[in-house]
Design a protein around this ligand. Structure first.
Ligand code: NDP
Length: 508
């Protein structure tokens, strides 16, 4: 294993970690409960191997109990009968409690996911603001009216909560992603059953504690811990679930679409991405190179928005690649608990092996590994890390150009003309996000119109705001989170036709 003159941060934690592991239980109907089976599962830090949590392992019995509690809370109108203003009060209280518990949540997130502590802190702060934004939407559950149906008719369009929602989340941004769904579902008046990834359950449990402290009525939010099968799978097919809101891989997303089809449930999916950033010759190469490095190494590339496909004009490809490699060497990889670190550990040994397989396969397909391409040894830590990796001479037909690596591995592809760049950008099955780098506003606008993606960044990468919708097209998903659309996802439309006066014509 060579270290390629990388910037490595050896074990030197700025924060001390608790010696005791967390003991996690399900939240069902307002009570913290162990599993009927008595079974548990463990999570160890991917950076150090230290035991972080021992969680109750849920099964179908726990899902049944949680769904029954959520159904009773919804049908009893325990939550949806509160005014928007009263629901907002609780959501704002949760936001304040997240702020007050930021250090504890961030440390737990870092311990379980391996991400750098400074990034975890920023995510938790961002999540609190999403809860605050969703609270403003709770005041605004509004429909429409139609006042031109004639003198004797009035049309009303009411917005109502969808009902009981299953929320299933992945391991890469556990607290942030549940915060992109749950507060919007609650703002709409829905009740929920939540299942975090079994790799990162703890911060969702902490959120459950804060919800209880904030005064959420029993049964409105339930949390079941455990594996995709049976917990997630049961949550998608259960007859008392009205909607499934899922973030995770496209493969599991497809399973969910198939599983929910027999019950015709509403489905909202945030799935994978193979996101292109297209760099034109007139781009600001300093900015572009920095954003490319950020886009691929942020969260160790374990990010749906990872800018993993660089499509660069052939005239500047060599220069851009050199700049990216030089900057990659400067990015601090290593101890997640050190504040200087920008890239931490890989979530699991299985995932590390998968990343490595993609790189080896690209090499045998004829690509050139300009930097990295191997696991990384961090002094004093025995978890798994992966080198910053830059792969050039990638062609559109290679696996690495099409599949989500979900690691710190960048692919660089060359283009000659604008049309070819668009064809390459749109050549993926995914359509989550895309970026364009050019000083020419017309190039940026033309690209923005022609690229098929849910989000387009022009001369920037991966900014995000609670106010703006987020989601994908093609195999990157269905529906939108955040922004006003985030609320709309959890609302159903009811049409009301009201006759004014005794004007109805008799039929018989
Ligand atoms: P998975 O799809 O493997 O898992 C996501 C969640 O689904 C987990 O809680 C998992 O449970 C659960 N699950 C697994 N099988 C089933 C099933 N049959 N029915 C219901 N639920 C199930 O994704 P990862 O956790 O590996 O996360 C990585 C993926 O998430 C990447 O593809 C990434 O692109 C995508 N992602 C998309 C985002 C977006 O907004 N578009 C954001 C973040 C990630 P468990 O793992 O506990 O068994």
């Amino acid at each position: 294993m060579t270290n390629h003159d990388l910037t490595l941060i050896a074990a030197q934690p700025d924060i001390s970690v608790p010696s005791e592991a967390l003991n996690l239980k399900h939240l069902i109907d307002g009570l913290w409960t162990a599993s009927k089976s008595g079974k548990t599962f463990e999570r160890r830090s991917p950076a150090t191997g230290q035991l972080v949590s021992v969680a109750a392992m849920g099964g179908t019995e726990e899902v049944e109990a949680a769904v029954a509690a959520a159904r009773a809370a919804f049908d009893g109108r325990r939550w949806s009968d509160l005014s928007g203003r009263d629901r907002a009060k609780i959501l704002n209280r949760v936001a304040d409690l997240i702020d007050a518990n930021l250090d504890r949540i961030a440390l737990t997130e870092t311990m379980e996911s391996g991400k750098p502590i400074s990034q975890a802190e920023a995510e938790i702060e961002g999540a609190a603001n999403i809860w605050r934004y969703a609270a403003t939407l709770a005041w605004n559950v509004r429909g429409d009216s139609q006042n031109a149906l004639g003198p004797d008719m009035l049309g009303l369009v009411l917005k109502e909560p969808v009902g009981v929602v299953s929320i299933i989340t992945p391991w890469n941004f556990p607290f942030l992603i549940v915060s992109q769904k749950l507060p919007f579902a609650l703002a709409a008046g829905c009740t929920a059953v939540v299942k975090p990834s079994e790799l990162t359950s703890s911060t969702t449990v902490i959120l459950g504690e804060l919800l209880v402290e904030a005064g959420i009525p029993a049964g409105v939010v339930n949390i079941v811990l455990g594996f995709g099968d049976p917990v997630g799978a049961t949550m998608t097919v259960h007859r008392d679930i009205d909607m499934v809101s899922f973030t995770g891989s496209t493969a599991v997303g497809k399973t969910i679409v198939a599983a929910t089809s027999s019950g015709i449930k509403k489905v909202s999916l945030e799935l994978g991405g193979k996101n292109p950033q297209v760099v034109f010759p007139d781009a600001d190469l300093d900015q572009a190179a920095d954003a490319i490095v950020f886009g691929i190494y942020f969260n160790a590339g374990e990010c749906c928005n990872s800018g993993s496909r660089i499509i660069v004009h052939e005239d500047i490809a060599a220069e851009l690649s050199e700049r990216v490699v030089a900057l990659s060497r400067k990015v601090p990889f290593g101890d997640p608990l050190n504040r200087k670190t920008k890239v931490g550990a890989i979530i699991s040994t299985q995932h590390q092996a998968k990343i490595d397989r993609y790189v080896k396969e690209a090499r045998s397909a004829g690509a050139d590994i300009l930097l990295g391409g191997e696991g990384l040894k961090i002094d004093g830590l025995n978890g798994q890390f992966y080198q910053p990796t830059v792969v050039t001479d990638v062609t559109a037909d290679m696996t690495i150009a099409n599949e989500e690596v979900f690691g710190p591995v960048l692919s660089i592809i060359k283009f000659k003309t604008f049309d070819e760049a668009i064809t390459l950008a749109n050549g993926s099955a995914y359509g989550l996000s895309a970026g364009v780098w050019s000083k020419d506003i017309s190039t940026c606008l033309d690209f923005t119109r022609k690229v098929r993606a849910g989000t387009v960044w022009t001369n920037t990468w991966m900014d995000g705001y609670p106010e703006l919708p987020f989601g994908g097209v093609k195999e990157s998903g269905l529906g939108r989170e955040l922004g006003p659309n985030g609320l709309e996802e959890f609302l159903e439309t009811k049409t009301v036709q009201m006759r004014i006066g005794d004007t109805r014509q008799m039929w018989v």
